[in-house]
Design a protein around this ligand. Structure first.
Ligand code: SF4
Length: 418
């Protein structure tokens, strides 16, 4: 099979992996132009400093021995199969890089003969790129669950980021939908990677001559949302544990897209994209806003609000916390106010060292006043002299977002209309 044909099959098969955030762009040049983002396997990801980088996103192979219910590449599906050799991936990466199409490589794979056999070839790609080709661009390697620690260690030495997909939010779901994968086979390499990252950071602090950093861009994982019945609370608690215990940089949530007919899978009218979006917002609160999963959700209210973002929903449930005086509150308290983000909270703390902040100053700082104004005072004065009843606040916030609030429900007196 020609390399370009393989590229079409294996870049198409890689598009379901969300842990390399693809823009999903579909643009083809006119016949006289150059460039094509539709079939080349190029996706866009964001670096830590916010830069958009182009990556060649492909699978080494889609010829899988496993039969995960949710996956298009499962062994029982009659799809066209293809596999690259390690050398082919190296050549493609170098050719794309030299032509300035990409800044790096995102390489994942189906399980070919067994996890170690597959991982060996993926590591060989990264090793050849770094050692033979002296490639200094970005490399993200997926770790195949069940691969040996030696191969995982090698992967972390050559790649910038490595990731093991946790796949599903519970062991029960894993057993039902991906019975050939074991929870231990996923969590053990994650824990190992977490320790190696910490260890190599310490070594670099102690000595300049320490070996290069292990996976300097950290480790991430991906979880499928909506293929199994776990609540958002279960999912957030799992993510919280992964951030704390496994030293994870990022958990990616991927709304379940039905690609197979399988009685073990739920029938959904459409992929749960709003749920995925709310989970990303809640995840942001865990990582940057000092919230815990238990503050955002509970056993009694285990799913995220569809109408409001998780921080506004929290503020509406905690009227006792507000209003907050903008000229006195500390940084952590400012972060609890809807409409105030990390940047605007920092700017508020910096600006008020010189003079109290005025209402006009708030807008200049970048505070989203249509949300924040219901929850703050500025030098003792409220912005909105409004009734602080949660129901009223809700309808005002909805109106501010351009959503018509639900009409008030008429009271039905017992026995009157029965
Ligand atoms: S291991 Fe499972 S999820 Fe991965 S490619 Fe194979 S069938 Fe798909």
């Amino acid at each position: 099979m020609h390399t370009l044909e393989k590229l079409q099959i294996l870049s198409g098969a890689a598009r379901y992996d969300a842990s390399c955030s693809s823009s999903g762009s579909k643009r083809e040049a006119a016949s006289c132009g150059i460039g094509n983002t539709s079939s080349s396997g190029i996706c866009h990801s964001w670096s830590d400093d916010g830069r958009c980088i182009s990556l060649l996103k492909i699978l080494l192979s889609n010829d899988c021995r496993y039969d995960c219910a949710y996956c298009v590449n499962r062994t029982s599906n009659p799809v066209q199969r293809a596999s690259f050799t390690a050398r082919e991936v190296v050549n493609l990466t170098m050719e794309f890089y030299r032509r300035n199409y990409i800044e790096g490589l995102f390489l994942s794979s189906a399980v070919m003969l067994n996890p170690d056999h597959t991982m060996e070839q993926m590591v060989s790609v990264a090793e050849t790129l770094r050692i033979e080709e002296q490639f200094g661009g970005y490399i993200h390697l997926k770790i195949i669950p069940g691969s040996s620690s030696e191969l995982v260690r090698k992967a972390g030495l050559y790649a910038d980021r490595i990731s093991v997909n946790i796949e599903l939010p519970s062991e029960a779901a894993l057993q039902r939908l991906a019975p050939q994968k074991q929870k231990a086979g996923i969590l053990e390499p994650m824990a190992f990677i977490g320790q190696e990252i910490k260890g190599s950071l310490l070594e670099r602090k102690r000595s300049r001559n320490a070996p290069p950093r292990f996976a300097p861009a950290g480790q991430s994982t991906q979880m499928i949302i909506g293929a199994s019945p776990e609540s958002d609370f279960q999912i957030l608690k799992l993510s919280q544990g992964l951030y704390k215990k496994m030293n994870l940089k990022r958990v990616y949530y991927s709304a379940f897209i039905p690609v197979n007919e399988d009685s073990r899978l739920p029938v959904l009218a459409s992929p749960p994209l709003l749920r995925e979006h709310r989970l990303y917002q809640a995840d942001w609160l865990l990582r940057f806003y000092g919230f815990t999963a238990e503050e955002i959700l509970s056993d009694e209210a285990p799913d995220l609000d569809e109408t409001f973002d998780p921080k506004t929903a929290w503020a509406l449930r905690h009227p006792e916390f507000f209003p907050i005086e903008i000229n006195r509150a500390d940084y952590v308290t400012l972060l609890r106010i809807p409409g105030i983000g990390v940047t605007s909270a920092r700017r508020i703390v910096a600006a008020r060292r010189f003079a109290p902040i005025t209402p006009e100053g708030m807008k200049k700082i970048g505070v989203v006043m249509k949300r924040a104004k219901y929850f703050i005072t500025c030098s003792g004065r409220p912005f909105e002299k409004t009734d602080r009843q949660p129901a009223l606040l809700k309808s005002r916030l909805l109106l501010a977002e351009g959503v018509a609030p639900e009409p008030p429900k008429q009271l039905v007196l017992p026995g009157l209309f029965a």
